[in-house]
Design a protein. Sequence first.
Length: 332
Amino acid sequence: MAVTFEKTREAKSFYSGRWLKFLRDNASIILIYTIILLVIGIAAVFNENFRSPSNLVNIFRQSIILGLIAIGQSVVALTGGLDMSVAQVARIVGLTVATIFAAEGSNPDLIIPLIFLGLLIGMAIGLFNGIIITRTHANPFIITLGIASILRGINLAISSTPIRGIPKAYLLIYDFKIGIIPVNVLVMALIWVIAYIFTTRTRTGRAFFAVGGSERVARLSAISYNRTLVVAHTFCSVCAALTGLFLLARTGVGDPSAAEGMDFQSIVAVALGGISLYGGRGSMIGTLGGVLLLATLSNVFNLLQVNIYYQQLFLGLIVLITVAAYKSPRAA
């Protein structure tokens, strides 16, 4: 009898320990989704427009742009860097594709080729970012900030005014629905699943964590540090290119100010989701939570007609608080 009691106590202790470890390891994810539920609950009580089905679907649709950029930014953040060129990559892709559409008389036959061209542009810029970073061993934040400045100049050279002439068939990327559910929301959900599997179940995905955790340990584990950084930045820029293509479908014009502030917001989403800005720790599930929280807050602010300046102030405070919550491994 005593033996049975002892085994029962040991089993309870074992499961209790595992439960506590789970809570500790996933504290940031649990926290972000708890906050989302609280925001949704409070907003639903105080604003009847918020809880309408069309508005809830709209929140998911609004999260797509930030979500695409945040997925790429998450991968770079896992390696210990930040990419400040993502907004300009999205912009140059949108302007380039819009310019060609306008020049060719809105020819719908060009939709598929130009989508591939946009992705190729993003891939080329990301590859360039990665090569420069690995060759100079400079801080990714500084390098990509410089690249962003160059791209901003190129974007202004392409056009400083909106470019029209996008084929109606291309706009279906944004408008097509199944019932009240936009198809792009379903596609975005699939992209999140793929991104999660990619970062957690593949050798390349695990390499991102290893490189961000410790360059020395990664090299001792036979992980190519330089190649991993190049892959991370290339993937990030391809995600930004997808954002530019989606923005073009949403607005119907090549906008010289497209994706403004998305680089900053993507960092906020990544930090909120629990990915360490020092690299090596985090999850795509957390980043998704950060994206959904920002999209929900933006929707609530718009319904309450909160001034955009106060919204930017709020985002800045979130970044400061979130970054302060993480201690640099070097300072530990």
